[in-house]
Design a protein around this ligand. Sequence first.
Ligand code: NAP
Length: 312
Amino acid sequence: MRKIQYDRFGDEQVLEVREQPTPTIGKNQLLIRVKAASINPLDWKLYRGEMKLLSGSAFPKAVGIDFSGVVAQTGPGVTRFQVGDAVFGLLDTFKGGALADYVVATEGDIAPKPSTISFEQAAALPVTGLAALQILDQLAAVQAGYEVLLNGATGGVGMLALQIAKRRGASVTAVAGPAGATLTSWGADTVLDYTKQDLTRLSQRFDTIIDLSDKLSFAAAKKLLKPRATFVSTLPSPWSLAASFLHNLFSAQKHRILILKPTAQGLADLAALAQDQLQIPVEKVYNLASVRQAYRETSRGEVRGKTVITLD
Ligand SMILES: NC(=O)c1ccc[n+]([C@@H]2O[C@H](COP(=O)([O-])OP(=O)(O)OC[C@H]3O[C@@H](n4cnc5c(N)ncnc54)[C@H](OP(=O)(O)O)[C@@H]3O)[C@@H](O)[C@H]2O)c1
C-alpha cells in the first residue's frame, strides 16, 4: 500500500510516497481502507521538527491524523462495526499515518460516517470539530447571550467553532484576513480584518476570546475580557500550561489551553451536528501524488477552511 513518510525534519519536500506492507490487525483492532484524509497545522509543525520534544526524533515518521474510509477487516473483540461500514476518525496525534491506503484503528478511534456527508467532508471533521466542541463546551462553557471573539475564524477550527457558537446562542465577532469578508454568511455577527483592525483598540469587552491564530497572547487579550471571562489558546507548552495554572488560581479571568482529547462520543456528537446541517468547509481536494503541493499551499495560509487528500 502507499503511505506518506519522511526520514528527516524539513519543509514539505521531505514528504515521500512509499510502498509499505498493508498492516495486520490484532484483537480489538480494525483495518480501514482510507478514502480521504485531511491536513492540520499540527502535521507541518511535526514534520518541520517544531515539536521534537513530543514526537521524538526516530524515523521514518508518518503524516496525517484524521481520516474517513471503509472497514476492510475486523479483529477479534470488535463488536460495533462490520466489514463495509463507512467510518471516520483520528489516529494518535503525534504518530499520525492517515495519509496511507490503510490504517489500523480501534473502535474508540472511529464513529459511523453520516450518510449525508461525503468521505472528503468526513475526513475534514475529526481534529477541527473535536477542537471546536472542546473549546466551546468544556474550556469556555459558552452559553446563550455570551459575546465571543473568534480570532482566526477562516481556519478549519474557526469555521466550525463559529457555527457551533451560534447554535449555542452566542454573539460572535469573527477575526480573519481579507478572506474573512464572507463569514457573515456563515453566521458571524461582526467580521474584523486583522490587516486593518488593531484588536487591542476595540472598546467591546468579551465573555470568551478564542485565539486560533497563535498570534494573540493572553497578556494582549486580557484588556478585551470582561471581569469573569475566559481566554482560550491552542498552543500547549510546559511553560504556558504552568503559567496558566498559576494565573487561574488567583484570577476570575481564566486562561485555558486546548489539549485535544479524542473520544468516540465526541465523534458521535460531530456526526450528529453534521446530520443537522453543520457546514464542513472543505476548500481544496488533492490526490496523494500532489501531497507536497497540498501542504505547501495550506501551510502558507492560501486555503480558507480545510484541505483534503483523497486516496482513491
Ligand atoms: N492543542 C490542540 O490540541 C490543538 C488541536 C487542534 C488545533 N490546534 C491548533 O489550533 C490552531 C487553529 O487550527 P486550524 O486548523 O483552524 O488552523 P488554520 O486552518 O491554519 O487557521 C488559522 C487561522 O488563523 C488566522 N490568522 C492568521 N494570522 C492571524 C492574525 N495575525 N490574526 C488573526 N487571525 C490570524 C487565519 O486567517 P487568514 O487565513 O485569513 O490569515 C486562519 O483563519 C492551530 O494552531 C492548530 O495547531 C491545536
